[in-house]
Design a protein around this ligand. Structure first.
Ligand code: MOS
Length: 771
């Protein structure tokens, strides 16, 4: 793939804005925008980077959690005496243990907290007891030795069954999780009356599991009443607050460290009941405790993207103007919600111009693990319905699907009172993406070659957030030898945050990013940052990083101006020296500045200011793909994919493209193979809680031919680096694009995802019958 010229800076032209111009947008950049490999690549590939799951402390115990094997049960009797007497066992917690009895797990905002260990099991995997032992094997043996009798209760395992008469009640109050969430603007009835074509369709999507590479868990250690936790998380500071609240400790007594961590996708925006149990076990034994989930446990209890049943009705004129959209969604957060349910209708409300919109979302309880936020909560589900509907509308009025979308591109956020976007690249993503993809030619190409059919499809999206602030506080230090330290609170989920932020510092200070030491995500040594989530790490943190580096630069330039009697606006910092713009021979290495030599360190602090008032910052995207469907076996091969993304300025083209390709891979899994399978109507248990049966695409299942097109409208309003965030939009329209390509190939819809070979054969058989 050839990178866009403008992001591939071949001739560096330093044009550092003069201090009086700051915070002027960058013009030409030397480091920012290049394809810089990760500055910590060596540590990551050599294994010297210490992830929380690598931590081994002297005298450390291993924890394990006894989890409900049933989807729905009540504990009759629990006896841990035999387990307690086993060799190596140092502590056991059961629901009645005094150390845990009064500890509550806060779930999600607004929900009533639940006991940490429960005698009522509302989902498979709900924690019942915990042990700490000298070895992981002894801990596992002890769990098996806990004698326990259950009343097994009938479960409800599907949102479509939850409201039926006689459905098992997950909670005393019934299975409705509150009133439906409703939204309305305009008059949908009038809108449908004004339409020339009205379509109404049903869609379904399954529950997707986050499945990050590193499992969920921690090592907990107490030093008197001070707690240190090394945990695989998306943010050290919000979880420091969670620990302090749950355990009744001052913030100052809780240190959370997660300098490196192995992925989260939203499932690590919070800690887990198991990690709180690890803290309690560590306190009881006065020894460090390590407690990580197994892969099977993680699939059951650390979150999911809620499945959804959608009914969508849409009206359009023959000219392609959307006149009305009516959406109704049914979904489940599981037995409890740990966040991330909802927003299924956001795209219906805001992606295309439509005056008349009505949405209703009902959430129900089922006997399954709680959902958690998952890479663009609600958006891929909504896109699955809306983007397939847009395709069907286009067919119905005989218009190209991109043409139809282009007729309905909004300049304002309709949900947010008509506020304008700082930039809207939706149109450019579709137009430039279609051109680079070769849309017109590919759509016209012959579909059939015997039993192999070929098709192309696309989908578009926006993402609800584009970074923001405050708060974020960054410290950049330059030492007397000119070396630089960047101190930031934000976690690097593996996306390259440490590298991207070092590039921002390097850009301001005119130095090599590889030499910058980064300290991050440790509440004991860095300053507050919000969690890395919402695609906002780069747009939220980079302006604060830029300001901190700028403040270092400003001090150095002031020193040089002062010491050599120069005009500060004539100075710039490059190659480790202060250089005069008008006289390139006037060059003063920073190590020779008297001010730096005297102080030994120059410290710059940066804060994140707010986004512009009255405007909305959102990234936009369009994705295109080509597939082959084998009509004899139902197999789908994705041949190529192209993502065109308006995420503002690209700070590192390499890590940016990594996000595009990774998000597309995740979306292909969502479209074709992934999906939690519960034993509906029987035990309610998950039958594919492992990597063999839960099918995440491998390198063999995604196309080698993937490309990334950058749409940059040079947003100078959103923030001082111009970045809008890319982590989530990359996976929003993907599954819908695949579904549309399959439709283009075989001429019949499979609205029930994931689109497995069996479902394709079923619809093809139905089509033959009709013919
Ligand atoms: Mo994301 S679902 O905000 O990690």
């Amino acid at each position: 793939m050839t990178p866009d010229k403008k992001y591939w800076v071949e001739e560096p032209v330093p044009e550092t804005p003069a201090p009086s111009e700051y915070p002027a947008p960058w013009k030409n950049t030397e480091v920012v925008g290049t394809r810089l490999p990760r500055i910590d690549a060596y540590e990551r590939v050599s294994g010297t980077a210490v992830f929380p799951s690598d931590i081994v402390l002297p005298n450390m115990l291993y924890g394990a959690v006894l989890r409900s094997p049933h989807a729905h049960a009540q504990i009759k009797k629990i006896d841990a005496a035999a387990a307690e007497a086993m060799s190596g066992v140092q502590a056991i917690l059961v629901p009645t243990s005094p150390e845990v009895r009064d500890v509550r797990w806060p779930l999600y905002r607004g929900a009533d907290p639940v006991p940490l260990l429960s005698e009522t099991c509302r989902f498979e995997g709900e924690p019942i007891a915990a042990v700490a032992a000298e070895t992981p094997q002894q801990a596992a043996d002890a769990l098996r030795a806990i004698e326990i009798e259950y009343y097994v209760l009938p479960p409800v395992a599907d949102e479509r069954d939850a409201l039926a008469d006689g459905a098992p009640a997950v909670h005393d109050g019934g299975n409705r999780a509150g009133d439906p969430d409703r939204y309305q603007r305009g008059d949908v009835e009038a809108g449908f009356a004004a339409a020339e074509v009205v379509l109404e369709r049903s869609y379904h999507m399954e529950y997707q599991i986050h499945a990050p590479m590193e499992l969920h868990g921690c090592v907990a250690q107490w030093d008197g009443n001070r707690l240190t936790v090394w945990e695989s998380l998306q943010g050290a500071f919000s979880i420091q607050e969670q620990y302090a609240r749950i355990l009744g400790l001052p913030l100052a007594n809780v240190r959370v460290v997660n300098t490196y961590m192995g992925g989260g996708f939203g499932s690590k925006l919070q800690t887990s009941r198991a990690s709180i149990l690890a803290c309690l076990l560590a306190k009881m034994t006065a020894r460090p405790v390590k407690l990580f989930a197994t892969r099977e446990e993680a699939m059951l209890v650390t979150g999911n993207r809620p499945g959804v049943d959608i009914r969508l009705k849409a009206g359009v004129t023959k000219e392609g103007a959307l006149t009305a959209l009516e959406f109704s969604g049914l979904s489940s957060a599981g037995a409890f919600s740990e966040g991330g349910a909802g927003l299924n209708d956001w795209l219906v409300k805001d992606l295309y111009t439509c005056a008349n919109v009505k949405c209703e979302n009902l959430l129900v309880h089922i006997n399954a693990g709680p959902c958690r936020p998952f890479r663009a909560p609600g958006h891929p589900q909504g896109a699955w319905a809306l983007e397939q509907m847009m395709d069907d509308l286009a067919v119905a009025i005989g218009m190209d699907p991109i043409e139809l979308r282009l007729k309905n591109v909004p300049a304002v956020s309709q949900v947010r009172g008509g506020q304008p976007y700082t930039t809207t690249g939706l149109k450019q993503c579709m137009v430039e993406g279609a051109e680079k993809f070769g849309w017109k030619i590919a759509r016209k190409a012959p579909k059939a070659d015997g039993h192999i059919r070929r098709g192309v499809g696309m989908g578009a999206c926006l993402w609800i957030a584009g970074g923001g602030g405050p708060p974020s506080t960054i410290i950049v230090k330059m030492y007397s030898d000119g070396s630089v330290n960047l101190n930031m609170g934000a976690s690097d989920l593996g996306t390259g945050t440490r590298t991207v932020m070092a590039m921002v510092v390097a850009e301001e200070l005119g130095i090599d990013p590889a030499g910058i030491q980064v300290e991050n995500a440790d509440t004991g040594t860095t300053q507050f940052a919000t969690s890395s989530g919402g695609s906002k790490t780069v747009p939220t943190e980079s302006p604060a990083v830029r300001e901190a580096a700028y403040n270092v630069k400003k001090q150095l330039l002031e020193m040089a101006a002062d010491e050599h009697d120069l005009d500060i606006d004539d100075l710039m910092l490059t190659g480790g020296a202060v250089v005069s713009r008008s006289d390139p021979n006037a060059k003063f290495p920073v190590t020779e500045l008297q001010g730096l030599r005297r102080r030994r360190v120059v410290v710059g602090i940066g804060y994140r200011g707010p986004n512009p008032e009255g405007k909305v910052v959102n990234p936009f995207a369009a994705q295109f793909c080509e597939v082959e469907v084998n009509t004899r076996t139902g197999e789908v091969r994705v041949l190529r994919f192209l993502g065109a993304h308006d995420s503002g300025r690209v700070l590192n083209r390499l890590t940016f493209d990594n996000q595009v390709f990774g998000g597309i891979s995740m979306g292909i899994g969502y479209a074709l193979t992934e999906g939690r399978v519960l034993d509906r109507g029987q035990t309610g248990k998950m039958v594919n809680a492992n990597f063999h049966d839960y099918k995440i695409p491998t390198a063999m299942d995604v196309p080698a031919d993937m490309s990334s097109v950058v749409v940059d409208l040079q947003d100078t309003e959103c923030n001082t680096t111009g970045a809008k965030g890319v982590g989530e939009p990359v996976t929003i329209p993907t599954a819908a694009a695949v579904a549309n390509a399959i439709y283009d190939a075989i001429g019949v819809r499979v609205p029930d995802g994931p689109i497995t070979p069996g479902k394709i054969l079923e619809v093809l058989a139905g089509q033959e019958k009709e013919a």
